[in-house]
Design a protein around this ligand. Sequence first.
Ligand code: ZN
Length: 481
Amino acid sequence: MVEGEVKMYSCGPTVYGPIHIGNLRAALTADLFYRFFKRFGFKVTYVRNYTDIDDKIINKAKEAGISCDALTEKYIQVAEQDYALALMEEPTHKTKVTDHLPEIISMIEAIIKNGKGYVTKEGDVFFSIESFPAYGSLSGKSLDDLQAGARVEVNLDKRNPMDFALWKSAKPGEPAWDSPWGKGRPGWHIECSAMACKWLGPQMDLHHGGEDLVFPHHENEIAQSEAATGKGPYVNYWVHNAFLTFSSEKMSKSLGNVVNARDFLAQYGGELARMIFLGVHYRSVFDFSAETVDQAITSLERLYEAKKTAEAIRDKKILVPDMRAEQVWGGFLIDCDRARDAILDHYANDLNTAGALSEMFTLTREFNRALTHPNAANTPAAILAAGEFIRVLETEIGSVIGVGRMRAESMLEHLAKVRMLRSQNEGKQVLEADEIESLIRERKESRAAKNFKRSDEIRDHLLANGVEIKDSPEGTTWSRK
Ligand SMILES: [Zn+2]
């Protein structure tokens, strides 16, 4: 570790289709750490990879009748656009496996030379997990547990059923590269070890991936890298973001097709997408529901409503000093300092974004409360305070979480549009008052004509669109739910 520097690596997606929101949450987690270290003055080298060769890619390219390169190039472009839409910052190096065959081959050679890998007569190369006593330490699994749980695989060439492939000999019709063991392609895990070693050296400060990668991918990376370089630990801090779940039934109806990252980003925009995901701590399971989205919209609106007021005060020309109000703003400036410290403390506590945001909401409440004092908005101190509020939002929240940096008016317009589209997606119509009145008249006539089927239909239709009706001797009244 070098003081003041951070070397970090994040396992990126396998590019055989558009990325989904699970990939997006993972990439946002890595981006969050990257932004945080940069914000607090570290020199960061950040590597994010694309897996551009694997079975899924080969099958998909065959189906589509195109080359693997053409397929992966297309979806790398799509992912790049998605990352930009999600306001992610550019990594130092964006790498892909097929650009790193020489590094992969020389790492496998080193592993074999160190007695931790072996070549079969078919030309496959395996890592021998028995040669690496620390195997299982990241995931907390012992070799015995792993073997007991392993599926019995019929591969007589393997010395131990848990040994994993470093190099796979070529099969007909598949992309293959020359190697000392004949034509073939790399196993999945070796790519990250080799790319990390090339761009970061044998050891790094932080390695990120989704929690599904803990075993076997990251376990195997440790074994390969330490076996090849003889240096350990390979990684000082592992960062794994938790899963995404879709437990709420309501969500499927109201959010539509949100599994695809592009659809999701097109629907919500980058800032709101970040608010939705980063409003929840990265290590907590993220339950995707209509409520989570609603909450994020409301939260972002609250921040931007206050920002809009602050922007208006900052641009004011008429100033009337008022002792009492100036005192209140003096107190608010102290609150701003306290909020900065508290937000930083939350970040320092395993990037607790939910905690940092809740401090920002507290400060927003204090800002709104200060404004309730008579003349508060017209005092010279208000200009200073409004500027400071905007600075805390943009610098402390904006630079790390990535929300709060837009002009308030345009963001509020965007959020209003998102709300409207969401209510349409839910299948609800916003009925106009005269439309409602005319339906109520029709219902009255239907009832008078004893057509109760029609009158019930009208009542149900109104109810389905959020309009409740009440009958009384004076007539029928309605209200929106
Ligand atoms: Zn990886």
